[in-house]
Design a protein around this ligand. Structure first.
Ligand code: SAJ
Length: 406
């Protein structure tokens, strides 16, 4: 039996996937309300294919509990916040989960940490916690780091198809865990050591963050001299060895906008390109705000209350708002002592910010200018409703005459 600890964006789909592929699974979360919701047969977030997978797992007998289970294999998938000032990872949830596992784990149990951690976290925080509790690593307890790699918006497909990395002290333990993931994973599974596994995960996200920062910087250069950044990137990407990502209103989510800071926090005098890239991405919502004011001036608009931000989530077609560029932009607007921008997102049904709408038509009726912050399918399907608006399209998806870009 496998006890999956933490039933959030990564832990839940992983538990469901294992269960629906013949493995006995108990999913544990300290949040009793969440456990009750799952027990009542409801998922806790929206994701393509998640409800079907949930049903398969229920049919296969998956169980949910607030208690840690006595078993031989644990998968820990809890959040790893980071300290915004020191830029260092805060491994407190991982360490707390591991300590709770140790209270029930039998001799020889394997603890797999899936949460993203900065290189050296297992060495600096997890190993000491295990040793302080009186366990001998490699005899009483085996440690593994198997970072997740799935992308919100396509999680179920990527869980099945992505290659995976497993870091373990002992090859034989790594191979044993590889077998567990092979129950559903059709990709290649590499077994390596723990620190290499930690580093690969952070490097993958850093590569993407730096590439997006490069695209955002190109957008600023092109804006300065009135060039079309999208056409330039499109043509450059026709070169067989060039693959530039797209500029946007900023970088959100709890991965690309966070993980690279671990390297800056741990290697401040070495991680220069990464540091600058993160600063570029973090200042992108401000760049959009300036662009809004610039366009308002050009159009003779004076009332910011007639401007609306379309999209609150960190990216398209998900309901996750963590570190979202829209929230960053609104914070920035408040710092400038100006408020009043209207906001709407079809995926956010609760009231989370001022001046928020829950209906596209009502939102559009109250504004003259719309800023496309997120490229949800809904807005792509409703382009004709934007015809009489001033449009600032931060994603280059609206094909109408006179559209402004970042
Ligand atoms: N973005 C751009 N331009 C682009 C692509 C993305 O501005 O060309 C923005 C998005 O709008 C969003 C942010 O970047 O605000 C991040 O979105 P994303 O789709 O690039 O990535 P995440 O954060 O949803 O998921 C990433 C993935 N990592 C990589 O692709 C290397 C995923 O595979 C990881 O599992 C995930 O981080 C994670 O959990 O670490």
């Amino acid at each position: 039996m496998i006890n999956v600890i933490g039933l959030g964006y990564i832990g839940l789909p992983t538990a469901l996937m294992l269960a629906s592929h013949g493995i006995e699974v108990v999913g544990t979360d300290y949040n009793k309300e969440l456990v009750e919701t799952l027990r009542a047969g409801h998922t806790t977030f929206k994701e393509d294919g998640l409800d079907e997978l949930f049903q398969d797992a229920l049919n296969a007998g998956i169980k949910f509990s607030a208690e840690y289970q006595v078993t031989d294999t644990y998968i820990v998938s809890v959040p790893t916040p980071y300290d915004k000032f020191s830029k260092k990872v805060d491994a407190c949830y991982v360490v707390a989960a591991v300590k709770s596992v140790l209270e029930v784990a039998p001799k020889g149990a394997i603890i797999v940490v899936e949460s993203t951690v900065s290189p050296g976290t297992m060495e600096k925080f997890v190993r000491p916690a295990v040793e302080e509790a009186g366990f001998v690593i490699g005899e009483d307890i085996h440690l593994v780091h198997a970072p997740e790699r799935i992308i919100p918006g396509n999680m179920v497909y990527e869980l099945l198809h992505n290659n995976r990395t497993i870091g373990a002290d002992e090859r034989v333990i790594g191979e044993k865990i590889k077998e567990v993931y092979s129950s559903f994973c059709q990709g290649e599974i590499v077994v390596t050591d723990i620190k290499t596994a930690e580093m690969t995960k952070v490097v993958e996200n850093t590569f993407r963050a730096v590439n997006i920062a490069f695209a955002n910087e190109l957008a600023r250069i092109c804006r300065h001299d009135n060039m079309d950044v999208y056409e330039i990137i499109r043509i450059c990407n026709m070169h067989p060895r060039v693959n530039i990502l797209q500029p946007g209103p900023g970088v959100g989510g709890h991965c690309i906008s966070v993980d690279p800071w671990f390297l800056v926090g741990d290697y401040p005098s070495l991680a220069k390109v990464i540091d600058e890239s993160m600063k570029t991405n973090d200042s992108q919502p401000d760049f959009v705000l300036n662009r809004i004011y610039e366009i308002m001036k050009e159009k003779g608009m004076t009332d910011v209350k007639r401007v609306g931000l379309y999209g609150l989530t960190y990216k398209e077609n998900v309901d996750d708002m963590r570190e979202s560029p829209t929230l960053q932009l609104l914070e920035s607007q408040e710092r400038h002592l100006a408020t009043g921008l209207k906001v709407y997102d079809p995926f956010i049904t609760k009231d989370v910010v001022d001046n928020q709408y829950h209906n596209l038509n009502e939102f559009l009726a109250d504004i003259d200018m719309v800023v496309i912050m997120v490229k949800h399918n809904e807005i792509k399907d409703n382009v004709e409703k934007l015809k009489d608006k001033v449009i600032l399209d931060c994603h280059n998806i609206i094909k109408l005459p006179g559209v402004y870009h970042i």
